[in-house]
Design a protein around this ligand. Structure first.
Ligand SMILES: Cc1cc2nc3c(=O)[nH]c(=O)nc-3n(C[C@H](O)[C@H](O)[C@H](O)COP(=O)(O)O)c2cc1C
Length: 211
């Protein structure tokens, strides 16, 4: 199904909420597929840590409107995984300077490691990127000197399939099921804001909001 891109000020008509929701998913899909897209990276907030809340950048890997799922990859040993296990409620923040759009998402996250979904994703990770999951200690482990955490032999080359097997064990896909989206569109003529929230029965409630 072709989705019309939003052009708020190209016409006299205000968009419908359904068109805004389609645009949100279109931007998420573009962000997952285009490395230069502003939505390719996002800020992920977790609340399950000792400090109360924690925030970091991750790369958007997949977005699926039908299942309302948004995915990123991570190292199973990283702090965020323990935080998500303690409390799966996460917040995701996207901002596109190009499209003057902020998207705030509340979601429930689940960790996939060692299953079919993780194996399929791992198969798509290029060899040089597999090194991200081959650092010798958990991300955030204190070290006595500035370190890549990699075995020295792998600092300037990609690992072989055999070598990268250890990375596969550390590799996790985090799938976030969207519960609520808050869309904010900035314009010189006054901003626009809308909310989309799904209840436990997947019923959608939408509303315009005062920006
Ligand atoms: C541009 C950019 C992209 C990143 N992408 C990811 C990612 O996709 N997954 C990930 O786990 N960490 C990614 N990181 C590193 C995280 O921001 C963070 O430093 C690391 O995951 C440790 O976070 P934690 O201690 O909260 O678990 C990225 C960092 C930057 C700057």
């Amino acid at each position: 199904m072709a989705i019309e891109r939003l052009d708020l000020w190209g016409s006299d008509e205000e968009p419908r909420l359904s068109a805004v929701l389609s645009e949100c998913w279109e931007m998420l899909l573009d962000g997952a597929n285009q490395t230069q897209h502003d939505f390719h990276t996002l800020a992920l907030a977790t609340g399950g840590g000792a400090q109360g809340c924690s925030l970091r950048t991750v790369v958007l890997r997949a977005a699926d409107r039908e299942t309302r799922e948004i995915s990123f990859y991570t190292d199973l040993r990283s702090h965020k995984v323990g935080e998500i296990e303690a409390d799966p409620r996460v917040a995701l923040l996207f901002f596109s300077h190009t499209d003057d759009t902020q998207l705030r998402i509340q979601a429930r996250a689940r960790i996939h490691c060692g299953d079919a979904l993780a194996a399929a994703a791992w198969a798509e990770v290029p060899p040089h990127r597999r090194r991200d999951y081959m650092v010798s200690g958990p991300p955030g482990l204190p070290w006595a000197w500035p370190t890549s955490g990699l075995p020295p032999a792998l600092e300037d080359r990609a690992p072989s399939d055999e070598e990268s097997r250890i990375g596969k064990g550390n590799f996790a896909v985090v799938v976030c099921t969207v519960r609520q989206m808050d869309w904010l569109y900035l314009t010189p003529y006054g901003h626009r804001r809308a909310t989309f929230a799904w209840d436990d029965e997947d019923r959608l409630q939408t509303s315009w909001l005062v920006p």
